[in-house]
Design a protein around this ligand. Structure first.
Ligand code: ATP
Length: 309
């Protein structure tokens, strides 16, 4: 049986009649890199706060690592790590001092803690900046330090609230690479709205809106589920126009999008479309640079599911 790192049953958080989280049933397998997606205000932060024991649910239950979350009494914080969306640091502390300080809060014996801090600084690529003040750090460096802090107590699961959203592409890549390297060592539950990152590293994804689940599955299954397939054809402008005239009345085409040298066809039957297009291109001796089938991206699917509501 699959071991679950996080399980919620009918989780609800009501703020004066507004259900920020509404009957949420999450199943996060142990060891997964789990992407928690949703537009602004969909309930991600509220969920994360409940999962980490900081906010009391209105109703429903939470189990983390098989232990029921008993609000106010739980020891669960010893076994989890949490990086809030806007982490706070003492700017005057060095990275090394900060991690030592965090470890002391867990009463980790000093010799063990020293080794752990050293190894964590290496994991997040901050060994060379260990003695620098946090106030001089870039956002990306702070976020990496934040990830090291979530790992200080050797948790089995860490929760990261939008860890990459405020970072530039370089900073994002560094943080995403670190998360990817944690695979197999710790369960990572992270919220984000940057879909390309999710696509690259997540095993499973859940998309929520208005506190409810719209979709929950592996990335492959989510992509396979989408039945829309586009065909992209590239040539010079005139050829594209000519081809458009030849095929625009075909019944298998549901939409044609022309963008100078690129024509994108949305079709209802990919096989019929390919056969017919090949025939037209061959018979009319049309020179094309490229014809390819565009797989739907997670972003296409996300936009579709979120818009349905
Ligand atoms: N303390 C609170 N009191 C009242 N309403 C709240 C409170 N916290 C959140 N909400 C409401 O709950 C809903 C969900 O908010 P939440 O911050 O969980 O969403 P989110 O998905 O994390 O959004 P974002 O990506 O913008 O941070 C919103 O409508 C928000 O206004």
């Amino acid at each position: 049986m699959m071991t679950l790192a996080v399980m919620t049953n009918d989780l609800v958080k009501d703020f004066n009649g507004i259900k920020a989280v509404n009957q949420l049933n999450l199943r996060v397998p142990e060891g997964a890199i789990y992407g928690f997606l949703g537009p602004n205000g969909s309930g991600k932060t509220t969920t994360l706060k409940m999962l980490t024991g900081m906010t009391q649910p209105t109703s429903g239950t939470i189990e983390v690592l098989g232990e029921p979350m008993l609000f106010g009494k739980q020891k669960i914080q010893d076994n989890i790590g949490f990086l809030p969306d806007v982490p706070g640091f003492y700017d005057w502390m060095t990275a090394h001092k900060f991690l030592m300080f965090c470890g002391e809060l867990f009463h980790i014996p000093t010799p063990i803690l020293k080794d752990r801090v050293k190894s964590l600084l290496k994991t997040v690529g901050l060994s060379k900046s260990a003695k620098k003040k946090i106030g001089t750090f870039s956002r990306g460096m702070k976020q990496r330090l934040g990830i090291a802090q979530t790992l200080i107590n050797e948790p089995k699961v860490i929760f990261l609230d939008e860890p990459v959203s405020a970072l530039d592409p370089q900073g994002r890549k560094e943080v995403i690479d670190i998360i990817q390297n944690l695979k197999g060592k710790v369960t990572v539950f992270f919220s984000t709205h940057i879909l390309s990152d999710v696509e690259r590293i997540c095993d499973r994804v859940v998309i929520i809106n208005e506190g409810m689940i719209l979709l929950e599955d592996t990335i492959e299954n989510i992509k396979a589920m989408s039945d829309t397939r586009d065909i992209e054809i590239e040539s010079d402008n005139a050829t594209i126009q000519a081809l458009n005239e030849m095929i625009k009345e075909e019944r298998f085409i549901t939409n044609i999008d022309l963008n100078h040298q690129i024509m994108t066809l949305t079709v209802d039957d990919l096989d019929v479309a390919r056969l017919h297009l090949n025939k037209v291109i061959h018979e009319n001796k049309i020179m094309i640079k490229k014809m390819m089938i565009k797989e739907p991206t997670l972003e296409d699917i996300y936009m579709k599911v979120v818009k349905q509501i």
